[in-house]
Design a protein around this ligand. Structure first.
Ligand code: IMP
Ligand code: MG
Length: 185
């Protein structure tokens, strides 16, 4: 698929995309692999898949259908960007899941790891609720964060150091519904 044909995509508000970083078949194949990895990593125990809204909503819905074991789903919101394209580092927990975390395996699902500040804060906060384990699954990882105390166990793709949109990722709330991941002009 050429970039010019995607520029005409009515979902893109007339914005030209610089390039498609990950197209739909590529994402689908990798999500299947991640599902297999995750299934194999949790042979027993209660698994709670905790999606970070809003960015993870499409990734999570595809991912859980590839995890072949019992699980529960819940969500939380932690905002750090506002309408800008540079991470502020101020992680603000907007919603706390009511689900009890104690004794459960928690799989935190994130769209993209940039500075890693959002995740670091969340792992700390959630860890206080005595889960059996906490692991992170991110669709994309920019590998900028070298100071992460908690490693990202499951990574979909190493991301280019560009601002990416689509497949749940937004710029000022636009482009979340675009089915592929692209960088903007
Ligand atoms: P961090 O705390 O700096 O790692 O930022 C993580 C959050 O920032 C992600 O969950 C995204 O919502 C957002 N973010 C980081 N990089 C991008 C990007 O390239 N495009 C869209 N959102 C991004
Ligand atoms: Mg965002």
């Amino acid at each position: 698929m050429s970039t010019s044909s995607k520029s005409a995509d009515p979902r893109l508000l007339g914005r030209a995309i610089k390039r498609i970083a990950f197209d739909e078949p590529t994402i689908a194949a990798r999500v299947r692999e991640l599902g297999d990895e995750i299934t194999a990593s949790y042979p027993d125990g209660d698994l709670l898949v905790l999606g970070l809204l809003k960015g993870s909503f499409i990734f999570l819905s595809d991912l859980v259908r590839e995890i072949k074991r019992p699980l529960h789903v819940d969500f939380l919101v932690a905002s750090s960007y506002g309408a800008g394209t540079v991470s502020s580092g101020n992680v603000h927990l907007v919603y706390d899941p009511e689900t009890h975390l104690e004794g459960k395996h928690i799989l935190l699902v994130e769209d993209i790891v940039d500075s890693g500040r959002t995740l670091q804060t969340l792992v700390q906060v959630l860890g206080e609720r005595k889960p059996k384990s906490i692991a992170i699954c991110a669709l994309l990882h920019k590998h900028i964060a070298e100071h992460l105390s908690h490693p990202v166990q499951f990574v979909g793709f190493d991301a280019p150091h560009e601002f990416l949109v689509g497949y749940g990722l937004d710029h000022a709330e636009d482009f979340r519904h675009v089915p592929f991941v692209a960088s903007l002009e």
